[in-house]
Design a protein. Structure first.
Length: 276
């Protein structure tokens, strides 16, 4: 049972997309020490260098056995794959890595965190979005790749007796509320929430969670407060930053971890940082 005994999760295949920075990086750092013997953490993102650095850091932490009572010999295996999920080639690379990882039947648990995402060109209003190629590439990366990778992972892992499967969608308040200048981002987040609700309905054996991490102090938030076309929204984010209202990624990642450990959320639910 997750959360029982030593508090470590049984041999887990854990996959985090968008792991090189921001929320994904913070989450990977918190997940690593929770993963019990026989686990593998697979980090996916576009940039190889920060991924390599993060993997090295997490491997070092695993080998020292920083967690009380964990033996250094159980050393967590950390793998990373640099791939642009927005293009077919990158998605194929990531899918192949997932299939290879998940052909190992010794895992008792699958945890896939769909975190990779982008804001889009928020300097543009709705009436500026005329370029089909720009729109398609946005949805390809932010919606299609999450659907495709999740499908690949669940098929590769399969439904096995006594094994648990959890899929997390990193969502946003923007899945529920419209924001000026953010047509692409809001539409993408709303689409993802609904997509994962359908998964929860079709696959009752899979635990599905859409987690909105709150206003994070990340590169994406910097982009939001400097590039957003709508002056009111831009100033709103500037004021939040000045008032110290932006959340540290690790604080929000900790709440997600808590939700996963308690494992009481209704499958398919949208849970916000401020609800926990």
């Amino acid at each position: 049972e997750p959360g029982s005994g030593s508090g470590l999760w049984a041999a887990t295949a854990c996959v985090v997309t968008g792991a090189s920075r921001g929320f994904g990086r913070s989450l990977a750092r918190l997940l690593a020490p929770r993963l019990g013997p026989g686990s593998v953490l697979l980090l996916l993102a576009r940039s190889a260098q920060p991924l390599a650095e993060l993997a090295a850091e997490l491997r070092a932490g695993a080998s020292t056995g920083s967690d009380a009572g964990s033996s250094g010999s159980s050393g967590l295996r950390v793998q990373y794959v640099a791939a642009d999920l927005g293009c077919e080639e990158g998605l194929a690379t990531a899918a192949a890595a997932l299939r290879e990882l998940l052909q190992d039947t010794s895992f008792g648990r699958l945890l896939l965190v769909n975190n990779a995402g982008s804001l889009g060109d928020v300097s543009k209003s709705f009436l500026d979005l005329t370029d089909l190629a720009e729109i398609n590439s946005y949805f390809s990366f932010n919606v299609s790749s999450a659907l495709s990778l999740t499908c690949t992972a669940l098929r590769a892992f399969g439904a096995r007796a006594g094994c648990s499967r959890t899929v997390v969608n990193i969502s946003s308040l923007c899945a529920l509320q419209p924001f000026r200048s953010w047509a692409l981002y809001c539409a993408g987040k709303a689409a993802r929430d609904m997509m994962f609700q359908v998964l929860a309905l079709e696959e009752p054996g899979v635990r599905v969670l859409s987690y909105a991490p709150g206003p994070l102090d990340t590169d994406m938030q910097l982009l939001a407060r400097t590039k957003t076309g709508d002056p009111g929204l831009r100033q709103h984010f500037q004021r939040m930053q000045e008032a110290g209202q932006l959340l540290d990624s690790s604080v929000s990642a900790q709440k997600l971890l808590q939700l996963l450990q308690e494992d009481t959320f209704p499958s398919g639910a949208h849970v916000d940082f401020f609800d926990v």
